[in-house]
Design a protein around this ligand. Structure first.
Ligand SMILES: *[C@@H]1O[C@H](CO)[C@@H](O)[C@H](O)[C@H]1NC(C)=O
Ligand SMILES: *[C@@H]1O[C@H](CO)[C@@H](O)[C@H](O)[C@H]1NC(C)=O
Ligand SMILES: *[C@@H]1O[C@H](CO)[C@@H](O)[C@H](O)[C@H]1NC(C)=O
Ligand SMILES: *[C@@H]1O[C@H](CO)[C@@H](O)[C@H](O)[C@H]1NC(C)=O
Ligand SMILES: *[C@@H]1O[C@H](CO)[C@@H](O)[C@H](O)[C@H]1NC(C)=O
Ligand SMILES: *[C@@H]1O[C@H](CO)[C@@H](O)[C@H](O)[C@H]1NC(C)=O
Ligand SMILES: *[C@@H]1O[C@H](CO)[C@@H](O)[C@H](O)[C@H]1NC(C)=O
Ligand SMILES: *[C@@H]1O[C@H](CO)[C@@H](O)[C@H](O)[C@H]1NC(C)=O
Ligand SMILES: *[C@@H]1O[C@H](CO)[C@@H](O)[C@H](O)[C@H]1NC(C)=O
Ligand SMILES: *[C@@H]1O[C@H](CO)[C@@H](O)[C@H](O)[C@H]1NC(C)=O
Ligand SMILES: *[C@@H]1O[C@H](CO)[C@@H](O)[C@H](O)[C@H]1NC(C)=O
Ligand SMILES: *[C@@H]1O[C@H](CO)[C@@H](O)[C@H](O)[C@H]1NC(C)=O
Length: 605
């Protein structure tokens, strides 16, 4: 049911817009739930520049906000927004060009404006408060437990400098040209022109932010709140995602980059109100990188380096909100973006053009086409295009290997490199007669759904240090992972953050492990609802429906309730899932466990 609530606004959007597919909404929620105990400064969302992917394409107009809204609904949790301080008008505006006073008398009309060799379509009335209102409306409509998320808004502060000479040409239909520096000689018919510009936007940077009211987490909140539930290994000043959303009822925070913001005599002076509501990257010690080659290269090196868990605990203490912004010189490919995520950096797509669907033109469905391509790669946790529960018969795949490769050219990442040599009895045993594609394993490219009956080693996490990993001595099927198979002080586990994931991958590579290994995540009880806590962990989102509510509303007596519950379990476990054997044992265990948990009397046997 929650799935449909989540999908609905997206389905109503334009035809070419990417749907938040069932698969990505499952992937998205699983990643969020696993990371709830991690401080927000160590979360790794996927980000886009609203300017490059939306407004440059569709115009700086209120109509483009529908696209921004869709971007939020498909699960993009970080938006970068360029804000321009107009030195002529002393106001903040979104349009990258100053709008001449005589451009239009109607501030809702979209006009073409040129500035320094670029032309933009701008609506004078369009302002940052409209963007905040769109964000607020999205937050309001997604403010329920199963959908809530943390959205980061990154303001990229820039200026429209009064150092530009405007030249008006009489001959070419009164076109104005702005050049910097001034041309050495003016052609005939050209005059230097002192235009007057429309006073659009607000004089204060933080004033319009009040639109977000109580959803915003500000530096002042950080200063005044006492952290009660600190995740000790992270020891962050920032709250965990759980506390942020479900105890403080916050949903968003605004940070600002001001590397492009120059200090001139007409510059904007940040007020104390600005510093109270916006985190500045430099002052707050956030990590900003914009040379993707260096970052990606150091990530590759890290993976094959000698494993040292101290590096990772150091890293979460010394860096926060690690951000990697790309540019036209080096746009991030899907794999680059995915590698950055798995390395603990939030990638922000900021290049003017990305290849999409063989179409080279930038038309109105551009944003949708780009996101269609990138969303399957937008998780720090999951491998590309996961969770993918379609069964692949390993015996068959060995025969068809070549066939598969030629067919799937577009898919640059192929998970089957994980097991190029077939089964090695020390590392794995592939089940061929029994299939339950409901358990999650760690592969080279990230988390991936595998057959629970396959036997792999288990990833065991130190109970006191989440960056310290070991493997079980023996291979085991996922169903036996609840037995004691991990070394002392270690427990079958799963990475809760991108840095824990990097540590695990570094450990696996450094110890020359043959992938995959089991991690603690499955959707055995309810298909599509991924939970940790072993094979019998319950899905938190269906609980309300399947237990107390149902008993109260349908069943008059406990006996009837038991019968109904049995029917529900029968349907859930055996009619809708392809678990074929171990039927009796599995069934009994689940039921018994269920009753133990819920304190019912008279367990049927
Ligand atoms: C822009 O700069 C020029 C000289 O540099 C100055 O004469 C003019 O008044 C400035 N305009 C504004 C709006 O500040
Ligand atoms: C202003 O422009 C908008 C959009 O083009 C139009 O809908 C509106 O009627 C115009 N208003 C006036 C007063 O012309
Ligand atoms: C541009 O030129 C046309 C005639 O060529 C004139 O009607 C119009 O008012 C001019 N616009 C501006 C902004 O000067
Ligand atoms: C522009 O053209 C008009 C008529 O062609 C002329 O009267 C005017 O002087 C010209 N302006 C400039 C700045 O060249
Ligand atoms: C700036 O924003 C604040 C808060 O929304 C508002 O009260 C104020 O009127 C705005 N000022 C201008 C000049 O638009
Ligand atoms: C946080 O508190 C410290 C000292 O209590 C103060 O110096 C600083 O200005 C405060 N920062 C904010 C953003 O309120
Ligand atoms: C701390 O965590 C517990 C359980 O996880 C929760 O009930 C409680 O509300 C949290 N307290 C705060 C202040 O976040
Ligand atoms: C900008 O310039 C002013 C004086 O012109 C100075 O007080 C201020 O510290 C400068 N700011 C930065 C960030 O350099
Ligand atoms: C910013 O502060 C400097 C120095 O105090 C001042 O000269 C300048 O006019 C101020 N700028 C604005 C836009 O208020
Ligand atoms: C990323 O930027 C930080 C400064 O913000 C710098 O110290 C670090 O070396 C950079 N990382 C890489 C890999 O370039
Ligand atoms: C983003 O893209 C713009 C336009 O290509 C470029 O000017 C800018 O430097 C890039 N990076 C950031 C951090 O804005
Ligand atoms: C997988 O393929 C092998 C060889 O064709 C076959 O024996 C086996 O039954 C298949 N397994 C399943 C579950 O289809």
């Amino acid at each position: 049911m929650w799935l449909w609530i989540f999908l609905l606004p997206v389905c109503l959007a334009e035809a070419n817009w990417p749907r938040l597919s069932t698969r990505s909404s499952q992937a998205y929620r699983a990643e969020r739930d696993i990371a709830l105990d991690i401080p927000i400064d160590q979360q790794t969302p996927f980000g886009i520049s609203a300017n490059r992917l939306i407004f440059d394409v569709e115009g700086y107009t209120a109509d483009s906000l529908a696209t921004l809204s869709n971007v939020l609904y498909v699960g993009i949790n970080a938006i970068m927004l360029d804000m321009y301080w107009n030195e002529y008008t002393h106001r903040w505006q979104l349009c990258p060009a100053p709008i001449p006073e005589d451009a239009t008398a109607n501030s809702s009309e979209t006009v073409k404006v040129s500035w320094q060799d670029k032309t933009y379509r701008c609506q004078p009335s369009f302002a940052d408060s409209d963007v905040y209102a769109t964000l607020r409306d999205y937050i309001k409509s997604s403010n329920i437990n199963s959908e809530a998320n943390v959205v980061q808004l990154i303001l990229n502060l820039r200026s429209i400098r009064n150092d530009t000479v405007v030249v008006r040409t009489n001959t070419t239909g009164n076109r104005t040209v702005a050049t910097r520096p001034a041309p050495t000689s003016l052609q005939t018919g050209m005059v230097v022109y002192q235009p007057k510009y429309m006073e659009v936007g607000n004089t204060s940077l933080s004033g319009p932010i009040s639109t977000l009211n109580s959803y915003l987490y500000s530096p002042r909140d950080l200063n005044t709140s006492v952290q009660i539930n600190v995740t000790s290994n992270y020891d962050s000043e920032f709250p965990t995602m759980q506390d942020f959303m479900f105890n403080m009822y916050k949903r968003t925070l605004i940070s600002a980059i001001n590397t492009d913001f120059r200090n001139t005599s007409r510059t904007y002076n940040l007020s104390s109100a600005d510093r109270d509501s916006i985190f500045f990257y430099e002052d707050s010690g956030f990590t900003l990188n914009d040379t993707s080659e260096f970052v990606l290269e150091s990530c590759r090196k890290r993976l094959t380096d000698v494993f040292d868990s101290n590096y990772y605990s150091q890293r979460v203490h010394t860096t926060k909100f690690r951000t990697l912004i790309d540019s036209n010189e080096a746009p991030l490919s899907r794999d680059d973006a995915h590698n950055a995520l798995q390395c603990g950096y939030m990638p922000v797509l900021n290049a003017s053009w990305y290849p999409a669907d063989n179409k080279s033109n930038i038309s109105d469905d551009y944003t949708g086409r780009i996101l269609n391509r990138y969303i399957p790669y937008s998780y720090w946790s999951w491998g590309s295009n996961e969770p993918n529960a379609s069964f692949v018969n390993k015996t068959r795949i060995a025969l068809d290997q070549d066939d598969l490769r030629t067919r799937d050219e577009d898919d640059d990442d192929d998970n089957d490199v994980d097991n190029p040599f077939g089964d090695d009895p020390d590392w794995q045993e592939t089940a061929e007669s029994q299939v339950a594609e409901k358990c999650v394993a760690m592969k080279q490219g990230g988390w991936a759904v595998e057959n629970c009956y396959n036997k792999y080693r288990l990833a065991c996490k130190n109970t006191r240090n989440p960056f310290e990993w070991q493997l079980s001595e023996e291979i085991a099927s996922y169903f036996s992972t609840n037995q004691q198979v991990c070394p002392k002080n270690f427990k079958f586990g799963i990475p809760h953050s991108s840095t824990e994931q990097l540590a695990l991958r570094n450990f696996l590579n450094a110890s020359q492990v043959i992938y995959p290994v089991w991690i603690d995540l499955n959707d055995i009880t309810i298909s599509g609802c991924f939970v940790d806590g072993g094979p019998y962990a319950e899905c938190p989102y269906k609980r309300a429906v399947t237990t107390s509510n149902l008993i109260r509303s349908i069943a008059p007596s406990a006996v009837v309730a038991v019968v109904i519950l049995l029917l529900i379990f029968y349907e859930r476990f055996f009619l809708s899932t392809p678990i074929h054997s171990n039927r009796r044992r599995h069934w009994k265990r689940v039921i018994n466990q269920y009753y133990k948990k819920n304190d019912y009397e008279g367990v049927p046997s």
